[in-house]
Write a protein that binds this ligand. Structure first.
Ligand code: ADP
Ligand code: MG
Length: 265
């Protein structure tokens, strides 16, 4: 007998679909992500690798992994259900009323804690964006959707392939330079900016002008009422040279904003 009953489909993507399920024995709800297994054997192995990767992540700011199984050519990943949905949706619901500074700092601190945890394991997320940040029942945020993540190892210290969403892609990627941990920091900066303004920092009507703005690091100024630490932080997260950008470790420990963030963790 099946262990989970299907409640409803909550998301559909290129991978397959995400279904809200309930465990028949405990009544607990989970999200079951069904991934169509490719016909090709080596590609199959890489799909399974993603599930294995996720299974090693245990942190309060990462969507928790429960189990993985295969059924009818589908790879099924069962994970924690975040009932608040994704952060992009939450931002869109705000219309024009801004989040409080406390709220912004709390969520940002949690995202940094999750990102630091994966970076310490030499894993890069590579698709950080508000749509891949999820809101748990208790109001905290968690990083999810590790479908694009990769492990850095010594022989292949950088990942070259572009996998992200254009609004969040760091300038070095457009410049054909390697993806690295600072590219994740750039994307996190984009999410922080969205929390502060409810808008993308880099927006344009064409790809060409979007890429130009990103590569110049030119974004509309933040509202004045925000604390100077946030202005300062965003300025540094949007340094076009990744070497000048702080790591998440630095942001949490020795940046001018660290003390503010730590009071929110
Ligand atoms: P992809 O972006 O590759 O299509 P995601 O894992 O981001 O796949 O899931 C797609 C959608 O399903 C999300 O935008 C969200 O609405 C929903 N979803 C995914 N995982 C969860 C979760 N753990 N809790 C709540 N909703 C989720
Ligand atoms: Mg996603």
């Amino acid at each position: 007998m099946e262990k989970y009953s299907h409640l409803r489909v909550i998301g559909e993507g290129s991978f397959g679909r995400a279904v809200l399920v309930q465990c028949k024995s405990t009544q607990e709800k989970y999200v079951l992500k069904e991934i169509q297994l490719p016909k090709n054997q080596s590609k199959q192995q890489s799909s399974r690798k993603e599930a294995v990767l996720l299974s090693t992540m245990k942190h309060p700011s990462i969507v928790a992994f429960r189990e993985v199984f295969e059924a009818d050519g589908l790879l099924c990943i069962v994970m924690e259900y975040c009932s608040g949905g994704d952060l992009l949706h939450k931002i869109q619901l705000q219309k024009s009323s801004q989040f409080t500074v406390d709220n912004i700092l709390k969520w940002f601190a949690q995202m940094c804690a999750g990102a630091k945890y994966i970076h310490d394991k030499r894993v890069l997320h590579r698709d950080l964006k508000s749509k891949n940040v999820f809101l748990a029942d208790d109001g905290s945020v968690k990083l999810g959707d590790f479908g694009s993540a990769c492990i850095l190892n010594s022989s292949k210290a950088y990942a070259y392939t572009y996998v992200g969403t254009p609004y969040y892609v760091a300038p070095e990627i457009w410049d054909n330079k390697p993806y690295n941990n600072k590219s994740d920091v750039w994307s996190l900066g984009c999410v922080l900016y969205e929390l502060c303004t409810l808008r993308h920092p880099f927006q344009a009507s064409s790809w060409k002008s979007l890429i130009l703005k990103v590569c110049r690091g030119a974004y509309p100024p933040l509202p004045n009422h925000l604390p100077y630490e946030l202005h300062y932080l965003i300025k540094h997260m949007f340094k076009t040279n990744p070497k000048d950008r702080p790591s998440v470790h630095t942001i949490l420990t020795s940046h001018r904003v660290s003390r503010l963030l730590r009071t929110h963790l």
